[in-house]
Design a protein around this ligand. Structure first.
Ligand code: ATP
Length: 305
């Protein structure tokens, strides 16, 4: 019998991201970041069946989307890697899993598209097989897949320290309206390129307020829109003129823009839905693809077929 399940995996943005020059023993920069999941989802559809072959098989497809050709379909795909890790860890044999990814999250956009797909795959497989792994085991596997994969598994608003993997939930239900500008589909920036450019900067930008103060404002439901910070932003601007133009299209209209993660996606917090819509129109007139998003307090949404 074939079992089916769909999981919607959300994108994340970083409301605050301080990367320190100091490197951790594993050569990653030490980070302090506030992550937020938003209502922009890839849809992952899973079809599970039995096979006679002992070694469990994984088959992956990516639905047509302007960027689907940028997503690898083999062992380099993070969803594929998650599925392989799950079968290895659980030693489940004689199964075949078909995974289709319908991409809405821009690839290499700084929105953790691949990471959220891999976290969602672990979640889906664990669900389909009757939860053989505890959440703690799953989070350990997440970390093997990437620094921000544990956050993608948990979702909501979280403080991330270490390499972004040591997580503390900030129990908030934020009521922000984000306007997110999508990079053109031919603009790809890898985190590796961005960190290399960050390393080369002589003078790194410093935040107006420290992360403790930023979180205090969040926790008291204050307005953080003027204090959004990302120490990688300068490096990203250095690598992409598009980012500079997207930022000035937002900032010139009285908003404060920020690059998310290692970019190049750019976002801002609008005071309300109406101003967000106005900004959206102006950005569209300038030739930018943008949309309005809301924070979500958790991670995956699932549909059992
Ligand atoms: P992060 O914010 O975690 O740095 P990102 O959003 O900038 O990530 P991704 O969309 O995760 O970047 O893509 C980074 C790279 O991973 C790309 O080269 C892409 O081809 C590859 N990749 C592997 N698996 C996936 C996947 N399931 N979806 C998207 N990209 C994937």
């Amino acid at each position: 019998m074939t079992k089916r399940l769909s999981v919607f995996t959300p994108a994340k943005i970083n409301l605050y991201l301080q990367a320190y020059e100091e490197k951790l023993p594993d050569d990653f920069h030490r980070l302090e970041t506030v992550y937020q999941t938003i209502d922009l989802f890839d849809q992952l559809s899973f079809e599970l069946s039995s096979i006679t072959e002992k070694h469990s098989e994984i088959k992956l497809s990516v639905s047509p989307a302007p960027q689907s050709h940028l997503v690898p379909l083999d062992g380099r795909n993070l969803a594929y890697r998650a599925a392989r890790l799950f079968f290895d860890k659980t030693q489940i044999t004689h199964k075949k899993i078909n995974i289709n990814i319908a991409k809405k999250i821009p690839v290499s956009g700084g929105l953790a598209g691949g990471s959220t797909n891999s976290a969602g795959t672990l979640y889906a497989l664990n669900y389909l097989f009757g939860e053989p792994l505890e959440q703690e085991d799953l989070l350990r596997l997440c970390l093997e897949l990437g620094s921000d994969v544990p956050f993608c598994f948990l979702g909501g608003t979280m403080l991330g320290t270490g390499r972004g993997d040591l997580l503390t939930r900030l129990n908030l239900s934020l009521d922000y309206t984000f306007v997110l500008v999508f990079p053109p589909s031919d603009l790809e920036l890898s985190s590796k390129q961005v960190y290399a450019s960050f390393d080369e900067l002589n003078k790194k930008s410093q935040p107006e307020i420290k992360i403790e103060k930023f979180m205090e404002i969040l926790l008291t439901k204050g307005d953080v829109s003027k204090y959004l910070f990302n120490s990688l932003e300068e490096a990203v601007i250095h690598l992409s003129y598009w980012v500079e133009t997207a930022k000035s299209a937002i900032d010139s209209r009285g908003f404060t823009s920020l690059v998310s993660g290692s970019g190049p996606s750019v976002f801002t917090i609008a005071p309300n839905e109406m101003t967000a819509r106005q900004l959206l129109k102006q950005l569209a007139n300038d030739g930018f693809k943008a949309s309005i998003h809301r924070p979500i307090d958790n991670s995956f949404q699932i549909i059992v077929h």
